[in-house]
Design a protein around this ligand. Structure first.
Ligand code: URA
Length: 322
């Protein structure tokens, strides 16, 4: 294998996006054959020992990243004890190995769902601490007032916790009155675009239910910057490298934990310990990979949702099932 810039090698190995990899190099935690790397250095990942925080990277770690347009009446789990169809039924058997859905969509919700064998990536996109937004088109019964929508925008209490601020806009003008066919009741539904960055169980359904406008249809149309209006319902495709990178870039870094103050008496000992064994920073960018294809993940993705796993004491939701 020929030489490449180290940040590119790190990005391909799933350590960080190229930009973040450059930051790691600047921080001095990357070495090539024992020498601290500098931005712009090149190396051959087959020949050279490239280490991050003392840990040698595996250059050929490749993961799979799929985008599915989930149809209604599919569980977004790997299996279902009740025997219902799951999104895995839509994935060719040869591609299923170690694959899990990233977060969840309700049984009755359709739209974009990522599947991957890269646990760090799954965590980045699904966990609210990374703030990755999810956008939904929502059809609700009736037409909520601005005041009601403002309540949802500001956050409401669900199971004792306030929802984070939501963006809610109209999906477009309602059908002009008088355009319905004679004898047909005029629709009293309205469509909204809802953008949230949490993934609480049945959140959108529950939010509109609380203001008296139950959801009739729910479709996820974007995950962070990722959209694909042309992907047919039930179809699946691999993400491009650029899409994976873009998704990762759109997920914010977790806030660094405030540094703990060391009492003076203990400072010396702590300094010695730190020098002897430099620990990785608490909130280092999580490792991840980008190339769409083949190699199975090393460990099961976090946040793997198994069917039927409801939180103890969780309240039954108003409509449908996840
Ligand atoms: N909110 C819901 O209510 N359901 C989903 O599937 C996703 C978000």
């Amino acid at each position: 294998m020929s030489e490449e810039r180290v940040q590119k090698i790190l990005a391909r190995a799933g350590i960080a996006s190229r930009r973040k990899a450059e930051e790691l190099i600047r921080e001095g935690v990357v070495t090539i054959n024992g020498r601290v790397a500098e931005v712009g250095d090149k190396a051959d990942p087959e020949r050279d020992a490239i280490k991050v925080d003392g840990k040698r990277i595996q250059h050929n770690q490749q993961h799979r990243y799929l985008l599915l347009n989930k149809p209604k009446a599919y569980m977004s789990t790997v299996e279902d004890p009740e025997g219902r169809k799951t999104v895995m039924d839509l994935v060719p058997a040869a591609m299923r190995k170690a694959l899990v859905p990233v977060g969840r969509l309700d049984y009755h919700t359709e739209g974009l769902l990522l599947l991957t064998d890269d646990g760090e990536f799954a965590q980045r996109i699904a966990h609210p601490r990374y703030g990755s937004t999810k956008t939904y088109e929502v059809k609700v019964k009736g037409a909520p007032t601005e005041a009601q929508l403002d309540r949802l925008r500001e956050g409401i209490l669900l199971d004792g916790h306030r929802t984070s601020p939501a963006k809610i806009t109209s999906r477009g003008p309602r059908k002009p009155t008088g355009t319905h066919r004679r004898g047909e009741p005029e629709s009293d539904n309205s469509w909204w675009i809802v953008e949230i960055s949490e993934g609480r169980t049945r959140q959108v359904r529950e939010m509109f239910f609380r203001i008296g406008h139950p959801v009739q249809k729910l479709r996820r149309v974007a995950i962070g910057p990722l959209r694909d209006a042309r992907l047919p319902v039930g179809a699946l495709r691999e993400l491009t490298e650029q899409e994976v990178e873009k998704l990762l870039r759109s997920a914010r870094q977790p806030e660094a934990k405030p540094a703990r103050k060391t009492p003076p008496a203990r400072k010396k000992a702590a300094a010695a310990t730190n020098a002897a064994a430099k620990q990785p920073a608490a909130e280092k960018p999580a490792p991840r990979a980008r190339k769409p294809v083949s190699k199975p993940a090393r460990k099961p993705p976090t946040g793997v949702k198994r069917a039927g796993a409801r939180k103890p004491g969780a309240r039954k939701q108003p409509q449908g099932r996840r």
